[in-house]
Design a protein around this ligand. Sequence first.
Ligand code: PGA
Length: 238
Amino acid sequence: MTARRTLLAANWKMHAPPDGWNAPASPYRAHAAVDVIVFPTALDIAACVAAKCIVGGQHARAEADGAFTGDIGMALLANAGAAYVICGHSERRHGHGETDDDVALQVVAALAAGLHPIVCIGETAKEEAAKKTHAVLKKQIAAIPTGDVTWAYEPVWAIGTGKTATPEHAQSVHAFIRSLLPSASRDAQRILYGGSANAMNARHLLEQDDIDGLLVGGASLKPEEFGEMLAIAASFQG
Ligand code: PGA
C-alpha cells in the first residue's frame, strides 16, 4: 500500500440493500480511515444518502436530459446526493454495448456534474488467453480524457466467477496501468482491483504497492464479510 487513501466500493448491482445495511454498526457508512462508497440501485440512492453513506451511481448517461426512457443522467445523479459514479463497468460494456467513446463521454459529463468517476477497465478471458491484456488496457485508458478519476482494473474473467487474479498478477497489471497515466497525476490517482475480491483475499491484494482499494460485488452484499474487508483496509492506513 501507499500514501493513497484506500477506497472500498460496494457495488450492489441490481440487488436490494442487504439486510442490516442500515444497522448501527453498518460497515457501509462513511469511515474515518477508508473511503467507503456504496453503489446501490438508483431506487435506493436516496435512502443511502439519508443514512449518511457516501453514495455513487452504478451508471449514468452523458446527456444532461432527454428522451432516454429508463435512464438517468449525471446531473440527476449528483442532485440525488451521489458523489461518485461507475463508468464503463464490464456489465455495461458487454451487456449494453457501451464503447470506449461512450465511457469517455460519461467521464466528461460526470466531472462536469461534480461527480468523481470510477472508470472500469479490463480484459476478457479470450483477450487474456491471447495475451492482449496490455493492449486492451492501453486502448481503454487512452480513450479517457485526462482528469481526476479513479481507475478500477476488473479482469472480466474474474467478475462474479470466484477466480480472483493473484495479488502478484494484479500488482503487475496495476503497475502497468500506472505507467500509462500522465506523469503529473500518476502517483495520486487510485487504481482499485475488482473481480471476486472477498475477505479471504483482501489483505494480500491490498498489500500490493499499486492496489489502492477494491471494487467489491458479491462480497459487498454480505455485511459481515464486507465489515471484515473494511477492517483489513483500515489496518493499512497510518
Ligand atoms: P464481484 O464483482 O466482486 O462479484 O466479482 C465485482 C464488480 O463487478 O465490480
